[in-house]
Write a protein that binds this ligand. Sequence first.
Ligand code: CA
Ligand code: CA
Length: 301
Amino acid sequence: MCCNHLHKQQGIALLMAMMVVAIATVTAVSLVHEQSLSIRKTAHIQTSEMAMMYGLGLEDYARLILQKDSKDSKTDALDEDWAIGIPVLPIDGGFLSGSLLDAQSLININSLLQKESEDQFKALCNNLEVNPDFIPALKDWLDKDLETLDAEGAEDDYYTGLEISYRTGNRLMSDISELLLVKGVNREMYEKLKPFITALPVATALNINTISAEIYNTIKDAPGTDKFIEEREKDPFSSLEDYKKRMNHELPQEGIAVSSEYFQASGQVSIGEKTIYINTLIHRNNKGATTIISRKLGEFS
Ligand SMILES: [Ca+2]
Ligand SMILES: [Ca+2]
């Protein structure tokens, strides 16, 4: 326990050092850029830009820590440095904080055309008391064709007939909020599902080393949630074979993994009256290289 704590402390110290470097780099680049523009800006804009620089620094830091992690381990679990997060850290005139979430700890609605994922999503709906009758319509939204799967399905015929009409997506969703456009989904259902789902650019597997008990319970016939969490806390699963040995149960080979490629970085930077939120989806390939897939920014003052 004590060693664990010490390790965590050292982890945090290392993270802080890496983050300061990342932020300093972004700030330096930006200052050069600003000088070359020689534009006089108001204090308001400067605060905003400074907050943004820190935000981008947080993003760079997230990429660094993920790259480092890929050198350190082949699996991804909640006891690793990337999962520690940055507690509130003072900066000039304010503070920042950040965290990284394994996006593969959530059910990816873009995996739904695969049978296992559909079953998991259906189980999630049932567990959350969300009526799953909209699932055929969701699959129609994702599939390329314009033929409805069954009576519950919906394609252009349905959506173009609405008072405010629109077309079927017929592609993967770029954001989970698109769910609200699907036949049979209302705001209440969406809010219930939201904490457990994500929309990634490709179909992905669930990482059993990072999923919550709620998500674990969506896996068909998955046994002993308490034992599962207990085993994983003792030692993350090194493979599906390792899970099988320790849990005495075989998981489906499809759609389940012990490592992840997609991570969601979230940061908050407050300087003076200004607060910005940054939310970045990062992909890390099997060589450890990272790419920004999407970035959402919000600003409050
Ligand atoms: Ca790892
Ligand atoms: Ca379709």
